[in-house]
Design a protein around this ligand. Structure first.
Ligand code: IMP
Length: 440
């Protein structure tokens, strides 16, 4: 299950729903830049690293090798779950995941400041620098954290090396290597019971024919390789990232579910063609409570972008879509959908690779009628006002992909399951013509 836009598509709720049918949930990339808000029986859970599958007592959760783990935040999440009486013994952490260290956070924040008007608008959680160390081969992995003697030697060297960067490049005070060592040795002991060879564990689960849900964080347009570079995160949220970030082969993935909001949002810098500055943008932000779970930043809001939607279908090989927050559009007179872009009178149908070109794109819209009534209590497609159903069918037609789930609010029950995307037949869901034959 992946995000089909710029993240914050409501994946937390959809993972939570699908986790009921999953024996194992695997998070495969990203770190504490992500944030899921899940509401169960009136209780709100905010999670950054732990998959929301943890809320099901029978579901095993794995934080995979492609993630970057900030142990301090992870332990806070574990404490929060314990306080609420939720068992965490079924949480496993990959030995190969990389560890976010204090200098990663400091460098992330300081380098953003240095970039000035070229800043990316990162979450400031040290994600980019942790992945940079992974690529540079100076990273510290969970497995290193488990080997006390080696860790002490490695950290003494690394912290001193990073201190040169902190002091000389960013004018920051140095870190005390011994204090960092002590802090991380403490984290290591608490995490030890959860640490496993995750790819082996996942492979065993596949052999046992257990259902596995791979949960993407962020979204397709934030992908390091396929997103709106450089305004992206430093990992691969796309479906292919699930294989690399969990250590499973592509032949083992049965289907790919994309999650998209009924409109679009983006946090941080970077081009966003359908962004709305005026009243409608405000309305989407207020009705959709569009504030980041991790940073509290107000999200930029705009109309649904069919060009990036089609791109997400292509890049991820989507089998079906979950459309979230349809209810946010309930009060609008009319709703626009971007069907293509215009650059200097030339129509662009496909997402352009260059950020510069993307910044020049003006949306070409199709306008659809609004429904001006609440959809929050609809539980089947038949309950939906006709224009709302027509809107969904239009999205399915535009993206040439069926819709499996429609979400109409934060609670588990505010959902229309058109077809169970895990157990249901592949590609036999809500098509634009409303019949069982796909639009292709
Ligand atoms: P980073 O991942 O903190 O390095 O931030 C890079 C970009 O990704 C920034 O534009 C962030 O706002 C964005 N980003 C990172 N994580 C999320 C997320 O979970 N939701 C939405 N945007 C995110």
């Amino acid at each position: 299950m992946i995000g089909a836009q710029w993240g914050d598509e409501g994946k937390g709720k959809i993972t939570d729903l699908l986790s009921g049918s999953a024996d194992v949930v695997v998070r495969y990339q990203g770190g504490v830049n992500a944030g899921h808000t899940v509401v169960v029986q009136g209780q709100t859970f905010k999670l950054h690293l732990i998959p929301s599958g943890i809320l099901y007592p029978e579901t095993e959760c794995i934080i995979g090798s492609g993630t970057v783990i900030d142990p301090k935040v992870l332990l806070q999440e574990l404490d929060q779950l314990h306080e609420l009486g939720i068992a965490t013994d079924k949480l496993h952490i990959s030995e190969s995941a990389h560890v976010t260290m204090p200098y990663h956070r400091l460098i992330d924040q300081a380098s953003e400041e240095k970039r000035g008007s070229h800043k990316i608008g990162t979450t400031g959680r040290g994600i980019g620098p942790t992945y940079a160390d992974k690529s540079e081969r100076t990273g510290i992995r969970i497995v290193d954290l488990m080997l006390q003697d080696d860790l002490v030697k490695q950290l003494r060297w690394t912290v001193n090396y990073k201190n040169v960067i902190l002091e000389k490049l960013y004018d920051l005070p140095p870190l005390d290597p011994e204090a960092v060592i002590e802090e991380y040795l403490g984290y290591a002991e608490r995490l030890r019971p959860h640490v496993v060879d995750s790819s082996l564990r996942i492979y065993d689960a596949i052999q046992q024919k257990r259902n596995i849900l791979f949960e993407g964080a962020q979204g397709t347009l934030l992908d390091l390789d396929h997103g709106t570079y450089p305004y992206v995160t430093s990992s691969n949220p796309v479906a292919g990232g699930a294989c690399i970030g969990s250590g499973v082969g592509p032949t083992m993935i049965d289907r790919v579910i994309g999650v998209a909001k009924a409109y679009t949002t983006r946090v941080g810098e970077g081009p966003f063609p359908t962004e709305l500055d005026g009243e409608v943008g405000e309305l989407l932000c207020d009705r959709g409570a569009e504030f980041g779970t991790t940073t509290g930043r107000r999200r930029r809001c705009g109309w649904f972008d069919g060009v990036i939607g089609r791109y997400a279908v292509r890049i991820n090989g989507l089998d079906c879509l979950a459309i979230t927050k349809l209810d946010v559009l309930d009060t609008l007179d009319e709703i626009k959908v971007c069907v293509a872009y215009d650059i200097d009178g030339k129509q662009i149908n496909d997402f352009p690779t260059s950020a510069r070109l993307f910044a020049q794109c003006t949306p070409i819209y199709k306008t659809l009628p609004g429904w001006k009534q609440s959809t929050a209590d609809c539980r089947t497609l038949d309950d939906l006002p006709k224009p709302a159903l027509a809107y969904l069918k239009y999205l399915a037609e535009l993206m040439e992909v069926p819709i499996a789930i429609v979400s109409l609010g934060a609670s588990r029950d505010q959902t229309i399951i058109v077809e169970d995307p895990i157990h249901g037949p592949k590609r036999a869901l809500l098509y634009s013509n409303g019949t069982a034959s796909p639009v292709m």
